[in-house]
Design a protein around this ligand. Structure first.
Ligand SMILES: NC(=O)c1ccc[n+]([C@@H]2O[C@H](COP(=O)([O-])OP(=O)(O)OC[C@H]3O[C@@H](n4cnc5c(N)ncnc54)[C@H](O)[C@@H]3O)[C@@H](O)[C@H]2O)c1
Length: 353
């Protein structure tokens, strides 16, 4: 069977999530190149996941120009997604792009247009759509056994980004809404086929007008209400003021039932440690006392499923599922942009399209 040849660009946090996922499907994929500014980190990543026949690059331009691959997986800070995607598409490669698509709607639009013109695909890495618990929730909804959804409350929140690029809007496009809210926004748009009707939002003001992160230009608290065209209401939250580990949660209230999903804290294990465990859940500040250590966190957060889906699609030369295509990343950017506009101008915004 032909294997998909992948060049991973970036060797930090997101690259680690993807590399783990590739290492689980070695029969379908071959990592032929890894690029990162620090070659020690590149080799450490490869060693961690058992990649051997790869070429290491410390420059992504050189990597894209020289590496003989089918797909470029972009695990770089947000401000580089546009430039590197365009370069990879022009080199004739399909692309996996981490969230958010770009730092501006214009750049995201350019990425989608370029892919269409060159007949290449952008796979938009929204892991929530492959989180097994969220997929199970969708299966229950589709079974009709809880009735029509009336109201959804969804959030991703934690205590702050580990990335230095998250501090400046120029590098990342905003604050907690573009970094974290991007997940529930994309998930709900996919659930409702992008058919939203009206939104209204509020955010903290950045810097001194933030609740906690006064060095950060973007907001550290954001909330939005969205009404969809089918009448479903949603509350979306994204903040950096949540201590105790990352919260990825969704509550779906329906005509004849409800569904509650907690991706981070609902594992089967409870542990108590006086000195503290090595690791419990993403972004937990302390690991002492009682905890619910995550069991295969990367699988449960959806990274493994999304990567396998992209590999399968790229091998067949087809688009990803709804929610995971370049145009879905673009639609998510458009809605996030309007959430920021609503918060800035204190207005409710209707979808005229
Ligand atoms: N889906 C998720 O849940 C999830 C989780 C974490 C990160 N991400 C996304 O993944 C992307 C990468 O984030 P990250 O957390 O891995 O770390 P990061 O943004 O700090 O950096 C990633 C990599 O980019 C390299 N890099 C930075 N600036 C560069 C430059 N000018 N030239 C070349 N290389 C450069 C760094 O050396 C590092 O290897 C971001 O877009 C982020 O939003 C997604």
């Amino acid at each position: 069977m032909k294997k998909l040849r992948v060049l991973i660009v970036g060797s930090a946090f997101a690259a680690d999530l993807h590399a783990d996922a590739y290492s689980r499907i070695g029969e379908k994929v071959q990592i032929v190149g890894i690029s990162g500014r620090d070659l020690d980190r590149v080799h450490a990543l490869a060693e961690r996941y058992g990649f051997t026949d790869y070429k290491a690059y410390d420059d992504y331009d050189q990597a894209i120009a020289e590496c003989d691959c089918d797909l470029v997986d972009i695990c770089l800070p947000n401000f580089l997604h546009h430039e590197v995607t365009i370069k990879a598409l022009n080199r004739g490669r399909d692309v996996i792009c981490e969230k958010p698509m770009a730092t501006t709607v214009e750049d995201a639009q350019d990425m989608v247009d370029t892919a269409a013109r060159l007949d290449k695909r952008i796979y938009y890495a929204e892991d929530w759509l492959f989180a097994p618990a969220f997929r199970k929730a969708m299966e229950i909804l589709e079974s009709g056994k809880v009735g029509r959804p009336l109201y959804v409350r969804a959030r991703e929140c934690h205590s702050g980004s580990h990335s230095p690029y998250a501090q400046k809007i120029e590098y990342c496009g905003g604050g907690s809404m573009i970094h974290l809210g991007v997940h529930p926004v994309c998930f709900l748009l996919a659930m409702k086929n992008n058919e939203w009707a009206e939104l209204v939002a509020m955010t903290s003001g950045g810097k001194e007008d933030n609740l906690v992160h006064h060095g950060m230009e973007g907001e550290d608290w954001a909330g939005a209400f969205i009404r969809f065209k089918d009448g479903t209401f949603a509350t979306l939250e994204a903040n950096y003021v949540t201590v105790g580990g990352m919260e990825d949660m969704m509550d779906i209230y329906c005509e004849e039932g409800c569904i509650h999903v907690d991706l981070s804290f609902s594992g089967p294990i409870r542990a108590f440690s006086i000195p503290g465990l090595d690791y419990t859940v993403e972004k937990a500040e302390v690991t002492t006392g009682w905890s619910t250590p995550a069991v295969d966190e990367k699988q449960n957060l959806g990274y493994c499923g999304e990567i396998e889906h992209f590999v399968d699609c790229a091998l067949k030369g087809i688009d990803a599922e709804v929610g995971l295509r370049g145009i879905d990343g673009l639609e998510t950017m458009k809605v996030i942009n309007l959430i920021y506009k609503s918060a800035r101008e204190g207005i409710s915004i209707r979808n005229e399209s």
